[in-house]
Write a protein that binds this ligand. Structure first.
Ligand SMILES: *[C@@H]1O[C@H](CO)[C@@H](O)[C@H](O)[C@H]1NC(C)=O
Ligand SMILES: *[C@@H]1O[C@H](CO)[C@@H](O)[C@H](O)[C@H]1NC(C)=O
Ligand SMILES: *[C@@H]1O[C@H](CO)[C@@H](O)[C@H](O)[C@H]1NC(C)=O
Ligand SMILES: *[C@@H]1O[C@H](CO)[C@@H](O)[C@H](O)[C@H]1NC(C)=O
Ligand SMILES: *[C@@H]1O[C@H](CO)[C@@H](O)[C@H](O)[C@H]1NC(C)=O
Ligand SMILES: *[C@@H]1O[C@H](CO)[C@@H](O)[C@H](O)[C@H]1NC(C)=O
Length: 308
């Protein structure tokens, strides 16, 4: 896809030209087509240094080297997960300290299948009992590359345990053709966040056993605003994109959803004392294959546009 290529290259350019004057044509905002975000997405600052993450190989835990590379290149650098390498994550990572940093994922990042450890140590988020392998957050963070994030979901599908990848970012861009594979549960939980662009994400994760890969939503948005999700392919077994309570100013365009319930407004009014709002949502040009209908709870939502 042309848009992806152009944008990835543009980011690369910003990375290598630390003194380059930023032009609008390289901004996250300009990458949003055909519709524009409800509010402009903040521009990214140039990156001046590069850190490569060391990999131990053979399934040994690399979380310490990931943390050390991120700390070293935080505030104006780029952290690279090299092509041809597999990085293993066996510890829950709190990556909410990120600021003005890029993560370029060219290799494979895989989470261990130690379900006992993860059930004990993953981050707990209260809402619908969501738990996550890592928390990613901060300010002006870009994640891009043609590598893979692998959640090692098969053990979880078989256990029917609940887990999910989380992104808890602020001013955040995830730019494909990044591949996400086998999330145990939801692929993205976007919570308490604003100003985020997801572009060119490729999601697949079917169960290879008789146990279904359940609740493998592509994106769940919660208490978040000004989020763009576009030009992505989602092969899953649940919602493609789900607008949970307090999702506002959400633009979803040019998606291919296969095998899902499509885009849905879900789980509103679930917690008795909470006021749940979904408003200013534009959904444009979603192709759905093998979609099935699901029930939708109703609560307070406004200005939802479903186009084409
Ligand atoms: C979001 O913020 C609220 C209030 O600050 C907090 O209670 C909640 O745990 C946060 N949710 C997530 C998923 O981080
Ligand atoms: C969360 O888990 C508890 C038991 O651990 C269960 O009682 C509750 O219904 C779950 N809540 C949701 C929203 O799934
Ligand atoms: C709709 O989205 C698809 C990608 O899923 C893209 O190829 C196509 O050009 C888009 N069409 C319009 C009219 O934007
Ligand atoms: C859609 O998913 C089915 C499996 O349910 C698969 O066989 C098919 O190849 C997928 N189609 C596309 C376009 O990816
Ligand atoms: C949603 O936003 C409204 C208005 O700001 C607030 O009263 C409510 O507590 C929020 N609900 C959740 C689930 O965060
Ligand atoms: C729908 O799913 C079936 C298998 O479940 C697959 O053979 C078919 O290719 C899918 N359709 C599309 C359009 O992907």
């Amino acid at each position: 896809m042309k848009v992806i290529t152009t944008f990835t290259q543009a980011l690369g350019l910003l990375c290598s030209l630390s003194l380059a004057v930023q032009t609008n044509s390289h901004s996250r905002d300009a990458a949003c087509k055909p519709h524009h975000p409800f509010r402009p997405l903040p521009a990214t600052q140039p990156r001046a240094r590069t850190c490569h993450v060391a990999s131990h190989g053979h399934g040994r835990d690399d979380s310490a080297s990931i943390l050390s590379a991120l700390k070293k290149c935080n505030h104006g650098g780029k952290v690279v997960f090299d092509a041809g390498k597999t990085y293993t994550i066996g510890k829950a990572l709190d990556l909410t300290f990120l600021k003005h940093v890029d993560l370029e994922i060219k290799g494979t990042v895989k989470f261990t299948d130690d379900t006992d450890y993860w059930q004990e140590n993953s981050f707990k988020h209260g809402f619908q009992n969501a738990t996550t392998f890592f928390n990613l957050g901060g300010e002006d963070v870009n994640v891009y590359g043609d590598g893979t994030l692998d959640g090692n979901g098969q053990v979880w599908y078989d256990l029917y345990a609940e887990d999910a990848l989380i992104l808890r970012p602020i001013l955040f861009g995830v730019i494909g053709p990044l591949k996400l594979r086998y999330s145990p549960q939801w692929y993205h939980l976007v919570a308490n966040s604003s100003n985020i662009l997801f572009e060119g994400i490729d999601i697949t994760g079917y169960s290879k056993s008789k146990d279904e890969a359940k609740n493998t939503d592509g994106w769940d948005l919660y208490r978040s605003s000004n989020v763009v999700i576009q030009n992505s392919v989602i092969n899953n077994g649940d919602d493609c994109v789900s607008f949970k309570p307090n999702s506002t100013e959400i633009l979803v365009q040019n998606l291919l959803c296969n095998g899902s319930y499509g885009t849905s407004v879900g789980s509103l009014g679930q917690y008795e004392t909470e006021v749940d709002i979904v408003e200013n949502v534009l959904v444009y040009n979603i192709s759905m294959f093998n979609a099935s209908a699901s029930t939708t709870a109703t609560a307070c939502f406004a200005r939802l546009t479903m186009d084409s």
